[in-house]
Design a protein around this ligand. Structure first.
Ligand code: PEP
Ligand code: MG
Length: 755
């Protein structure tokens, strides 16, 4: 077996010296391939670069015919080199010409060479090119040689990304890592945002690639690994679950990987070959990213993502890079890019600077999306692999309604969006002009439009939209942005401020709906298998009455004699509602004993969002002063599909017959008991869906402030009666395979509605 001369460490030293020499780019590359060939005792060493047009161009070669350099190209997937680039996997063959993928290029003269070893040149999970060595004799390249080539490729990748290759590249065939990219994800909100990328979890940039002292680097790696393991253990022990309930599972996976011998071994091996500890992590991470991008199995992709995150964590320990800084100093028009995050993490950022958020995961009714909406941000989800493709500081455009993200947009795309924003501004002006018009359909049905809100800071928007009040104030959001549990007087001030801003307009305060994906960063929580169906919301409130009592007391004090509306979330059986009523009643009596003002009118409403309530409306509704449907949870539980997981949630139309029948059932019951009913789930803010709700008799709709304009316009233009008849008949008698959505679509066209 042929061995390398001096091993990879010698080669890396030589490469470093070459990089420091004052050579022109091509001369430097020629020298590099020469060095690699000599070091590997290869007859040929060639370097192919993947161009922007998808072709792999022979950029430098020692051994192949000189005329073929910059002449020979292969398509991605074509020939052995194309195969390596496409698969992002090394390929070692002792008889290359007999491989079915071998593509003969006469100008290169490579038919003489039998043994072949090619490795992908990867950076940030992207293939930049392919590095190949060949020998005339039939021989087998061993694992050590593959490893040495991969290590060399890491250095080459860095050179391509950071050096002066531009003057080598022919016009029109740029290799541009930082080219514009478009991602098609899922719409979380309306609106368009132009801004600057801020990575929620920024990648660490490695600058020191080659090890001066291998033993010292190994020691650094070991110390950093140990430090990282300890910090993961500490996070698990202290129940620091700020990122939501999935956080624990992720940390457990991290711990598993951090102790994984294979991973640690690969890291040590890369150092052994001459890389610095940081570069070794980067190398292994590059492989992981490349595998991640090819992976279609979501479970495996998630695990690879975890490994990628872990590598970044390790890099941070190694480089001492504290990423908390990024959260403090946001640029104007910041657009957060993250794999995923919980609502609490989003709320940690300076909201005055944030314009938007892009996630690789998440569903549109996940709470992080709801929070983004309530903050008036533009949000797009499921932009696959965007995190590894962008860097903080990149330009970015979010097209909310289309669910599209343009990363590093070209000037014409940017201009198109600037124009679009002008049109949107016009539309906003048009909606603003509607705000004082009574919200009544053409055939005289009054539709009350309300805000969903959760932060006192959102409430002044009531003046801009002309909404009749707040149909849902998610009190937990204020708890989530606090650094510690708000005390009684703090809560009281907050609710009083909310009421003061709303003035005469009513505000429905929903009792704390924490748990599920709404975790308070300062509160310990137990890991649960199914947190959405776990110990959350009023279940928690009734078992931990201190929290509930304090909130009720704060609300009563804040009302200070004015009317007050309280809404109870996640009620599953009537007794939970009546128990909550008793807690409220006791607090009222306490207030009276103290001689303090009690609300002039106190109304207690129930949320219908757990399906079992559908079957005891006759027991529940006589107890309630009003009712509110939470379609986000109701649909999630009716269809047994996680609202934050679009893979399942997208399969069931929320206004499909069974769901709309359930909603109609509640509307009809509320009418029978003569109590007001409001829809406060995300359905109410979407025009076609809102039409479905009005068609089943819902006349109070609560939604994100940005939806009020479009829904008002719909209300003003619709003739409701015929649609109610038609939808009613379809729900009762079936509609011969026509869906409610299709039926409404027809009506929208017939009445020329602005949807
Ligand atoms: C709902 O479930 O529809 C709802 C309004 O509550 P949340 O989205 O806060 O769970
Ligand atoms: Mg809910």
């Amino acid at each position: 077996m042929v061995t390398t001369i001096g091993g990879p460490r010698v080669l890396l030293r030589q490469l470093r010296e070459t990089m420091a020499e004052p050579l022109a780019s091509q001369a430097r590359l020629d020298k590099i391939v020469g060095l690699i060939a000599d070091n590997m005792r290869a007859d040929v060493c060639s370097f192919y670069v993947l161009r922007d047009d998808g072709a792999l161009e022979l950029f430098a070669s020692k051994g192949l015919a000189a005329e073929s350099v910059h002449m020979t190209t292969l398509r991605l997937g074509e020939g052995l080199v194309g195969l390596i680039a496409a698969e992002a996997e090394p390929l070692s063959l002792d008889d290359a010409p007999s491989h079915p993928a071998f593509a003969y290029r006469p100008e290169t003269g490579e038919e003489r060479y039998n043994a072949f070893l090619g490795v992908p040149v990867l950076r940030a999970g992207q293939t930049l090119g392919v590095l190949v060595v060949q020998n005339a004799e039939r021989r087998h390249y061993g694992d050590d040689e593959i490893e040495a080539m991969l290590t060399t490729a890491t250095i080459l990748a860095e050179m391509i990304a950071t050096s002066d290759f531009d003057n080598l590249i022919k016009p029109g065939s740029d290799i541009d890592l930082r080219r514009p990219r478009m991602f098609t994800g899922v719409s979380f909100t309306d609106g368009i945002a132009l801004g600057t990328v801020v990575l929620h979890d920024p990648r660490v940039v490695v600058s020191n690639f080659i090890a001066e002292d291998t033993d010292a680097e190994k020691l650094r790696l070991e110390t950093s690994l140990e430090k990282m393991r300890l910090s993961i253990d500490a996070m698990l022990e202290h129940g620091d679950m700020a990122g939501g309930s999935d956080h624990r599972e992720i940390l457990e996976t991290y711990r598993m990987f951090a102790n994984d011998r294979g991973w640690v071994h690969r890291l040590s091996e890369a150092i052994e070959n001459g890389l610095s500890a940081e570069a070794a992590v980067e190398r292994v991470q590059n492989d992981t990213r490349a595998r991640m991008m090819r992976q279609t199995d979501p479970y495996i992709r998630d695990r690879l993502h975890d490994l990628d995150d872990l590598a970044n964590r390790l890099l941070r320990v190694l480089t001492g890079d504290g990423h908390a800084l990024a959260r403090k100093a946001l640029p104007d028009n910041a657009i957060l890019v993250a794999r995923n995050m919980g609502p609490a993490e989003l709320l940690e950022y300076d909201r005055t600077k944030l314009r938007g958020i892009v996630l690789e995961e998440g569903g549109s009714t996940a709470h992080v999306a709801i929070v983004a909406r309530s903050l008036g941000m533009v949000a797009v989800g499921q932009a696959q692999n965007i995190v590894s493709m962008c860097e903080s500081g990149d330009d970015i455009i979010l097209d909310g309604p289309a669910g599209i993200v343009h990363l590093r947009p070209t000037p014409d795309i940017e201009q198109a969006y600037v124009d679009k924003i002008k049109v949107t501004a016009k539309r906003r002006a048009h909606y603003a002009a509607l705000k004082d018009k009574p919200s009544i359909t053409k055939d005289g049905v009054q539709i009350t439009l309300l805000h969903n809100s959760g932060l006192v800071a959102d409430l002044p928007m009531l003046d801009d939209t002309g909404a009749a009040g707040v149909g849902l104030f998610r009190t937990e959001l204020q708890f989530m942005i606090a650094s510690k549990l708000p005390r009684l007087h703090e809560q009281q001030e907050l609710y009083a401020e909310a009421m003061a801003i709303a003035g005469e307009r009513p505000v429905v305060f929903r009792l704390l709906d924490i748990g599920g994906d709404k975790v308070l960063p300062y509160q310990r929580s137990m890991a649960e298998e199914n947190p959405a169906m776990g110990f959350r919301s009023i279940r928690l409130g009734l078992e931990r009455p201190g929290l509930l009592r304090t909130q009720v007391r704060a609300l009563l004090l804040a009302a200070d004699g004015r009317p007050l509306k309280i809404l109870v979330p996640m009620v599953t059986e009537t007794f939970e509602f009546t128990q909550t009523k008793m807690v409220v009643q006791k607090e009222v009596e306490r207030l009276q004993r103290q001689g303090k003002a009690i609300p002039s009118r106190l109304e207690l409403g129930v949320m219908v969002e757990v399906p079992s309530l559908l079957f005891e409306l006759d027991q529940l509704l006589p107890e309630a002063d009003f009712v509110s449907i939470g379609s986000n949870d109701l649909v999630q539980f009716l269809t047994a599909s996680d609202r934050a997981n679009p893979r399942v949630a997208k399969n069931y139309d929320p206004i499909g017959m069974p769901r709309l029948r359930a909603i109609r059932l509640v509307v009809d019951a509320a009418k029978r008991y003569n109590i007001p009913i409001t829809m406060c789930g995300e359905l109410a803010g979407k025009p076609l869906e809102a039409l479905a709700l009005m068609a089943v008799g819902m006349t109070r709709l609560s939604m994100g402030p940005a939806s009020i304009g479009p829904i008002k316009e719909l209300v003003l233009n619709v003739d409701l009666k015929p649609i109610q008849m038609s939808v009613g008949a379809a729900l009762s008698d079936g509609a011969d395979g026509v869906t409610i959505r299709q039926l409404l679509q027809e009506w929208i066209e017939k009445q020329n509605l602005p949807v």
